[in-house]
Design a protein around this ligand. Structure first.
Ligand SMILES: [Zn+2]
Length: 86
């Protein structure tokens, strides 16, 4: 591996670490706001999406993965749009 390639690979790895850290921090901070807005019980697993959502307090779609009515559909609890969009 050339020094240039090595430096770039190191940079990619470092940025991936930072991204994971930021995502984890975001999830920790966003969850309580989402639960409070929709009254979602603590034993429900909330998945945070990446779609922009003007109805959501975090600006992103969120999915209640434990709600039996929504199981398998994965529709945003704020805007109702599905996780998978083409
Ligand atoms: Zn949404």
């Amino acid at each position: 591996m050339t020094p240039k390639l090595k430096a770039l690979a190191d940079r990619v790895e470092s940025l991936q670490d930072q991204l994971e850290e930021a995502e984890s921090e975001y999830e920790t901070a966003a969850e309580p706001a989402i639960r409070a807005a929709k009254g979602i019980p603590a034993d429900h697993y909330i998945q945070l999406g990446t779609w922009e959502c003007s109805d959501s307090p975090t600006g992103r779609c969120a999915y209640d993965m434990t709600d039996e009515d929504l199981a398998g559909d994965d529709e945003c609890i704020f805007c109702g749009h599905p996780d998978e969009r083409k």
